[in-house]
Design a binder for this molecule. Structure first.
Ligand SMILES: Cc1cc2nc3c(=O)[nH]c(=O)nc-3n(C[C@H](O)[C@H](O)[C@H](O)COP(=O)(O)O)c2cc1C
Length: 329
């Protein structure tokens, strides 16, 4: 089954959430390989793009193997947003997404991210401005359930954004105040789904195929978006695809996981313009995530944070597999 966001067709399985500092190109390609049906870039500052920050070009680039993919922008001024959209269009994203959910003080203090949950009028004006500038490229918005538990306004926000021309809304069922703690409230996602006609993407706390199916069923959302559940686990997308298509799924064993971890590290090194040693700094957290949940994981994860070459990663992976085998795992 597929779903259309504007003119973009997306498989109705599960999509990778935008994650600054995590979901870079190597990460996205790994998730895509294992079945993510749609990818979103790390957030990019609209103002930064307008002032041609060098890093932004790197963040906005969409390669063909990543499509369909959105570039996500954050900003608090309609004019800068319009200008940023024009610049981003040069990178031919399939979709432009606007971040109205980021809780971090550095972003919120500029009036962007989840601060916009407190100013529905400005959020609508930013969206309208982006939509006008984007032409036939769909503009979507990612929101939270509200600012805090006393101000749950995702429904009001989603309706306003729909009227401003948004082609879909992603809802993370937490308030800004919650950051990433507590539980996501899926009822809010269901309420938004019942209130708008455009597709709704549900997000928050999906960790496996079971919770993905549960989110589809409980909220009626059109797509499920997964963030932290993909850490060291691009396989989650194959698991979901298999479940939704009624196919048998065999989870990877530890040697397969280590093989994929090394593949991911090679990709990070090959994409990076930095030296292998510096690229390994970026690879470390990923290596540690792939080792989660096994015998002796904590110690090995610590060792991942010391890795400074691919050869060391290979040796560590081999040792890890041997350790599991010695425990009969
Ligand atoms: C490390 C990290 C970085 C994130 N960066 C972004 C971002 O750039 N843009 C955004 O809209 N959300 C961002 N998020 C929020 C996620 O997209 C998602 O909404 C949140 O993690 C909840 O989903 P989950 O429970 O599946 O992780 C980030 C989350 C994490 C953990």
């Amino acid at each position: 089954m597929t779903l259309n966001i504007g003119n973009v067709s997306i498989k109705k399985t599960a999509v990778l959430a935008p994650m600054a500092g995590v979901a870079d190109r190597a990460y996205r390609l790994m998730c895509k390989k294992y079945g993510a049906s749609y990818l979103v870039s790390e957030m990019v500052s609209a103002k930064g793009i307008c002032y041609s920050d060098r890093k932004t070009a790197e963040l906005c680039t969409v390669t063909d193997s990543e499509r369909p993919m959105a570039v996500q922008l954050f900003g608090s001024e309609p004019d800068f947003m319009a200008e940023a959209v024009k610049i981003v269009l040069q990178y031919s994203p399939d979709i432009i997404d606007i971040n109205m959910g980021c809780p971090v003080p550095k972003v919120v203090s500029t009036g962007a991210g989840s601060a916009l949950m407190k100013d529905v009028g400005l959020a609508a004006a930013i969206t309208e401005s982006a939509v006008k500038s984007a032409g036939n490229v769909p503009v979507t918005v990612k929101i939270r359930s509200g600012w805090d538990s006393g101000h749950i306004n995702a429904v009001e926000m989603a309706k306003a954004l729909e009227s401003s021309g948004a082609s879909a809304i992603a809802v993370h069922g937490r308030t800004r105040d919650q950051f990433y703690s507590g539980e996501a409230d899926w009822n809010v996602i269901r309420d938004v789904k019942n209130a708008v006609k455009i597709p709704v993407i549900g997000n928050g706390d999906v960790a496996d195929a079971e919770s993905c199916v549960e989110m589809y069923e409980k909220t009626g959302c059109d797509l499920v978006m997964i963030g932290r559940g993909t850490y060291g686990n691009p396989f989650i997308f194959s698991e979901i695809e298999a479940r939704l298509n009624g196919r048998e799924y065999t989870p990877p064993d530890v040697s397969e996981k280590m093989r994929v971890m090394l593949e991911h590290i090679r990709l990070i090194i090959s994409i990076s313009e930095k030296t292998e040693e510096l690229a390994m700094h970026e690879a470390r957290k990923n290596a540690a995530w792939y080792m989660n949940g096994y015998y002796g994981s904590a110690k090995f994860r610590g060792r991942c944070y010391q890795l400074s070459s691919y050869a060391e990663a290979e040796a560590l992976a081999e040792e890890f597999v041997c350790l599991q085998a010695s425990k009969g795992l």
